[in-house]
Design a protein around this ligand. Structure first.
Ligand code: ATP
Ligand code: MG
Length: 392
């Protein structure tokens, strides 16, 4: 029945000159996700609207699912497009539309006409009243409610006439590419993929870094991170994943530093290395899945001690989220089932029995002095170990 979609997007931040940047980025991303959907699609922008029109047969379900992953879209309206002829022709199209969509259902409705093309012989109000009357006559179980109708039947008169009433929710957010690029510290856990998704939702391109510690962490643990990146990439677009060999640094910290401070010191080195890669690759910020109080390394003093080494902004979108709320999003974006697979990540191999929960920055800095001999060299070696995986 439908051969097109009207795409609704949020109005915030799209005023003035930015509007074109926003709309172009949205249209580009729509084009990109529809490439993988069966069918040929034409995307057009017209006076504050974006239309996706299929040429010939297409997979409706797949097209909707793809559009529901495009940030910036707030609503997807399946549209029937008819030629602009006289009122009788329009009326007959609208009657078949209503029959198909709501025939036999007890719905309240109203008709809302927008006449962008003034060539049509009747005014909007007149069209509303006349079509409303005919719908009542033809579908006696339907009644009019102009204030809170179950169904609003939109008629848009342009070069052609667009008829729609259904709005399928989109993910909201901002179109990708409208807000620069950031580096996600991606582990195999539940939180970091969700953090990446949330920042990407604000229009930010994502790259990622994973600290791998073979043989303490297995190839399967690494594959798990690649699989998670794939799930996030369905929303965020391609992710360049950097896999860094962290084993020597981890062992060295383990040998040289107090064991209750291991996690904090290790996290400081992760941040330093991630930051270096970010700077080398044009990322303007870091992203982590940290959340206050979740584990010993995420108390406020621990977060402060970790953040002490960062000069780039660190985005922690989950900082005040409860685990339950994070899990809800993880399930929605389909990362949860992968995240709970049991393969160890590099933090669990080297955790102390009683990690500090109130580290002092000056104490941690002093402990790190024990690494002075070899750490710079090791950081260089870790950076050189960078294995880049392009995740689509
Ligand atoms: P997650 O579920 O995201 O793994 P977590 O609750 O296990 O989080 P931590 O292990 O303390 O928390 O890690 C905090 C954050 O540090 C993670 O959200 C992630 O951004 C980053 N991180 C932890 N381990 C790694 C790793 N091996 N590689 C890359 N980033 C990591
Ligand atoms: Mg983790």
């Amino acid at each position: 029945m439908f051969q097109a979609f009207l795409i609704k997007y949020g109005e915030i931040g799209v005023k003035g000159k930015n509007r074109y940047v926003f709309e172009d980025a949205l249209a580009d991303r729509i084009r990109q996700v529809l490439k993988d959907v069966e069918g040929f699609f034409r995307i057009s922008k017209e006076k504050g609207r974006i239309y996706v029109e299929a040429e010939g047969e297409f997979d409706y379900e797949e097209a909707v699912a793809a559009l529901q992953r495009v940030f910036g879209i707030v609503g997807i309206c399946p549209v029937v497009i008819v030629e602009r002829e006289g009122f009788e022709e329009l009326s007959s199209h609208v009657m078949s539309y209503v029959r198909e969509m709501y025939g036999g259902q007890k719905k309240t409705f109203k008709v809302h006409t927008r006449r962008a093309h003034k060539g049509f012989p009747m005014e909007s109000m007149e069209i509303n009243a006349e079509l409303g009357g005919r719908i009542l006559d033809e579908f006696p179980e339907m009644t009019v409610d102009v204030h809170k109708p179950d169904v609003t039947i939109h008629i848009e008169i342009r070069g052609r006439i667009y008829i729609y009433s259904e709005v399928i929710p989109g993910p909201g957010g901002m179109p990708l590419g409208t807000n620069g690029r950031s580096m996600l510290l991606l582990s195999g856990g539940i939180d970091s993929p969700v953090a990446g998704y949330m920042v990407a939702k604000r229009g930010v391109y994502i790259d990622a870094v994973y600290f791998h510690a073979p043989p303490y962490t297995s190839e399967r643990a690494k594959q798990k991170v690649v699989d998670l990146a794939k799930k996030v990439a369905a929303y965020s677009g391609p992710i360049r994943l950097h896999v860094i060999n962290f084993t020597d640094i981890q062992m060295y910290i383990y040998d040289q530093c107090p064991h209750d401070e291991l996690t904090i010191i290790m996290r400081r080195y992760m941040m330093r290395i991630a930051q270096q890669i970010a700077e080398d690759t044009g990322c303007l910020a870091l992203i982590t899945g940290e959340s206050i109080g979740q584990v010993a390394s995420q108390t406020v003093p621990s977060l402060a001690a970790t953040n002490d080494v960062c000069t780039l902004p660190v985005f922690r979108p989950l900082i005040a989220f409860d685990k339950e709320d994070i899990v809800t999003i993880a399930k929605k974006i389909d990362t949860y089932e992968i995240s709970i697979l049991p393969y160890e990540d590099c933090c669990t191999t080297f955790v102390a029995k009683h990690p500090v929960t109130k580290p002092r920055v000056d104490v941690i800095r002093r402990s790190e002095k024990a690494l002075a001999d070899k750490i710079d060299e090791m950081v260089e070696a870790a950076l050189a170990s960078d294995e880049i995986i392009e995740v689509e």
